[in-house]
Design a protein around this ligand. Sequence first.
Ligand SMILES: *[C@@H]1O[C@H](CO)[C@@H](O)[C@H](O)[C@H]1NC(C)=O
Length: 362
Amino acid sequence: MRFHVRTALVALAATALATLSRAENVIDLTPENFAQVIDGSKPALVEFFAPWCGHCKNLAPTYEDLATTYLPHKDDVIIAKVDADKHKELGQKFGVSGFPTIKWFPKGSTTPEDYSGGRDLDDFVQFINNKAGLKVKPKKIVAPTDVLVLDATNFDEEVIESDANVLVEFYAPWCGHCKNLAPTYAKLASTFKTEKNCRVANFDATTSQSIPGRYGVQGYPTIKFFAKGQKDAPEDYNGGRSEEDFVRFLNEKCGTQRAAGGGLTEDAGLIPELDAIIADFVKASKAEKAKLLSKAKSIAEKTKTKFADYYVKALEKSHAAADYASKEFERLDRMLQRPAAQEQKDNMSIRRNILKVFQRDV
Ligand SMILES: *[C@@H]1O[C@H](CO)[C@@H](O)[C@H](O)[C@H]1NC(C)=O
């Protein structure tokens, strides 16, 4: 338990650090360092922004990618920004009246020209390469996701030869519907990341002819489900494109109990035969309770379902203290608000689901 929490925290810290270091690639200009940095020795692109400006926030990831792109060329060109709300004098000096305002300071000059090009990474890179005489390729730092990335070298191993069910999206980088699906697909992968039996994968179909050709992929995205034991005949996914639609489909196909948005459904892990015992137990007399407890034990021995023993434990504890289930339910509920490894959270969610059966209206 402690180990899992620590792992989760380390992972969180690592993510935060990665984000930070990426943001730091954009040089922050202030009245103190401006003249020193923008001295004409190197050309510079400077964004004048305000912290409250929505367009600036939308631009921020692209601008960070831009700085990362030119990081290996930081002796040839500067990518910088000015908080012109905080440092109004700098904004005024360069006639900034709206946000974001982007200006290009050519080499040998401290008098800028306006940047009025597009706001995609490619637009900026083309502009800077052109102005600075560079031939740098745009570098997009795509946020890492839990999607299993397939290509011609690992497809057979990860899909055909694997024991897991695998959902595969064949996409093309230029396809608009694929781009629209990407955030949902990333969430889906995150929701299923601990289900070893049910994997969420994608394949950039422009990188290989053979694999997409094998499955007759013609349009994008094409989504196919490769069921365990039937890998040679994948099923087309023609369902809806919301996370709920995909989650319902995978739960049905994989026998999982995942909830859209992450975690487990409220009936995950429940065993109806034992739920019925609990329903009787909560209304029973002391003597009847003892009988129901031994009945539960014999069912648990037979079912061999993962959490059957927990039913017995919860019944035993409730037999000893009537408020056990409600107190333990609340404790787990609080624990579930805190960061923990997904496996640990799943375990707690199922125990909470079982305890909730004690509070069902009958
Ligand atoms: C769930 O977690 C508890 C406490 O950490 C542990 O004792 C139990 O074995 C786990 N149950 C399952 C089925 O993994």
